[in-house]
Design a protein. Sequence first.
Length: 313
Amino acid sequence: MPTAIAVTSADLVLPPPDRQTPNAAVLQQASREHTLERTLAELQVLLDQHGYVVVLCPASLPDRTLHRLHTARSLLESDRIALLRVDLPPLGLAVLALQLRQLALCDFSPGVLASAARLLSHYIYAGAVLGSVAKLDRVPVSLTSHAKSWVPGSQFAVLATPTPQLVKLGSNAAQEQPLLEGPGFGTQLLIARGRLNDDWVTARLAPAWRVQGVAEAPLPAESERWWATGKLVEFAAAIPDITMLYQLVSSVKREDCHWCGLDLIGDRCGFCAAPLLPREQRARTQPAGRELADGGAKVLAPGPAQSRRAIGP
């Protein structure tokens, strides 16, 4: 079975583009109170069925919920659960979960798949059209924009990732509308509408970004908290082609985690959160489970991977 990709809410699960893409696991009890035992049971079932679990958590997830997941991971004494708090808006996180679900069918190890989440998030252009930025704290907001937010009818186009941007949209439809700097590669645009009736994303942004297609999805419940307003139209542009995603991930050099022994890409292990050692230290560090000569006999020296450490350094 492929590595399980899990999310904390059912509205973060997008429909698969084909029959081969596995569905995402939803931790139904993760965000509810007094349900540690049920969270333990959910994670245990996923471990039994898939062996490894990668859980994507939105950055706006309450700390108590994230602490409950970490507690469950510790009680299970499992180093096969990756808890990734991703700083993407909810719709962008749903897109990332879909990409990982697609890649889970490829020949990537669980360690590479988990650490690929950070890589792929840099290629997701996630933002929203907002009716107010007065309470927005996820993207830098100038005092001028904050003041204009109190003017009735004001609207703002905001890009959260990969580079924060904010522009005020004109109230006159004939007025020249400023645009957000978009991706320089082919993407598909996903839109989720809140309590804002506006077609700027489809009429102006999509043609300017030359997207390969536009689709709509329900607005995740977490979006209003993330964007600090219900008057919004959320969007996310990302690479839709599984072949391109595979080439992107496979082109990055793989390393061994010095703590848990899993292979990874980038500068941090997705499972134990251990940072990649500097190059000179990696050259001096022997791999886990190494064989050492002891008086002519071969003995197996225990390494971090063999000690089954469930908590990262």
